[in-house]
Design a protein around this ligand. Structure first.
Ligand code: HEC
Ligand code: HEC
Length: 319
């Protein structure tokens, strides 16, 4: 009996040592670094139209996180990140050669935006989205904009404190989150005349509504977004400007818990003015998408009608 007890005790100690060593290993290792990638150079052909379109897409896709106090894309604290991931700052992506990305080539920017890996092999975790399925043409517009001399990109000297990354984030980055693969085939967006297909593209890849509007950032499928847990059924945790938790809405066509009873006009107003049919204003981070074009809103609306309904009551306290 005594012997059995001793063996059990040793076993418990051994398991505890293994667990503690694993925790220490993850803590020290932090976010994994990968082999520096082989990056194919990319030629961009900037035109005023592409720069303008890149600026418009970026205002919908990047500014929310990268807009700094100086009115440029100089980065700042990620206020709406769930604190369980840690405290993180978005980077200075202005043209500054040292503090910004002035020295990055178009190929390096494209590689990073698609995979999350920089040319030195360092990896940006989930708080920097990956634009894996964005069309080559839309990506080129964004890069033309980032390489332009628009006021938002004028060299800024902003530097930010080092990130305080939580154990959870380090753990997830070592076990679950891996860099995306750089696509080896051209990516072409569906034709805008095919509303459902184009709307799906906008919602999944061009403005990425599905990331916030599914159930959990940790359970997203970036390659096949409709495989994400609770796809478009809402409930994902975000943080408002006062640091309080706010949950994304259910935007599936469920008539009771989703937006199944809304008309196109209701939806249009919610997108452009941030106003619900009952007159209530949608709260941060669901900011009005003033820069969205009508055909994009029409497309998303058409696509939403085809999405499986999810019955999910979301806590909208305070609305
Ligand atoms: C949800 C917030 C968020 C959005 C949206 C976002 N970013 Fe980021 N971005 C970040 C954070 C946070 C980092 C820092 C990542 C890290 O810790 O490595 C970052 C890092 C970067 C970097 C790396 C800069 C460097 O010096 O290493 C680039 C380039 C970048 N983002 C460009 C963009 C562009 C272009 C867009 C829009 C197409 C965009 N980001 C959208 C949050 C965001
Ligand atoms: C940064 C995260 C985020 C992104 C990106 C985002 N949303 Fe939202 N959305 C939210 C949150 C949070 C709410 C709830 C706001 C509230 O309760 O005041 C919301 C609310 C809504 C509502 C209101 C539904 C209702 O029942 O009140 C609609 C419609 C909507 N979003 C559609 C979209 C579409 C379409 C896109 C992409 C173009 C999008 N959202 C992108 C976070 C986001």
């Amino acid at each position: 009996m005594k012997k059995a007890f001793k063996i059990l005790l040793y076993l418990i100690i051994a398991v505890a040592v293994i667990i503690l060593s694993f925790i220490a290993y993850i803590q020290i290792k932090g976010i994994p670094k990968y082999d520096p990638p082989v990056i194919k150079e990319l030629t961009i052909n900037p035109t005023p139209e592409k720069v303008e379109e890149g600026a418009r897409i970026s205002s919908l896709l990047c500014s929310n996180c990268h807009l700094g106090k100086d009115g440029r894309l100089s980065g700042g604290p990620m206020k709406d990140l769930d604190p369980s991931f840690g405290k993180v700052w978005s980077r200075n992506i202005t043209n500054h050669p040292t503090y910004g990305i002035g020295k990055w080539t178009p190929g390096e920017i494209a590689y990073f935006l698609r995979t999350g890996v920089r040319k030195d092999g360092t990896y940006a975790p989930i708080w920097m989205p990956k634009f894996t399925n964005l069309s080559d043409a839309d990506l080129e517009c964004i890069i033309c904009f980032l390489k332009s001399d628009m006021p938002m990109l004028q060299a800024s000297e902003a530097v930010h404190p080092a990130d305080q990354i939580s154990f959870l984030s380090k753990f997830l980055c070592n076990v679950v989150f891996k860099p995306m693969t750089f696509p080896d085939k051209p990516i072409v967006a569906p034709d805008t005349s095919d509303r459902v297909a184009y709307g799906k593209y906008v919602l999944q890849s061009k403005i990425e509504c599905f990331t916030c509007h599914s159930a959990d950032f940790k359970k997203l499928d970036m390659l096949v977004p409709e495989h994400s847990m609770g796809y478009l059924g809402g409930g994902n945790t975000l943080i408002d400007l006062e640091g309080r938790k706010i949950y994304s809405a259910n935007i599936t066509p469920d008539p009771v818990t989703g937006i199944g009873k809304w008309t196109y006009e209701d939806f249009y107003k919610a997108m452009k003015e941030g106003k619900r049919p009952d007159g209530k204003l949608l709260r941060y981070p669901m900011t009005p998408k003033t820069a969205m074009k009508d055909f994009e809103i029409q497309g998303i609306w058409a696509y939403l009608q085809t999405v499986p309904r999810i019955t999910n009551v979301v806590d909208r306290t305070g609305l």
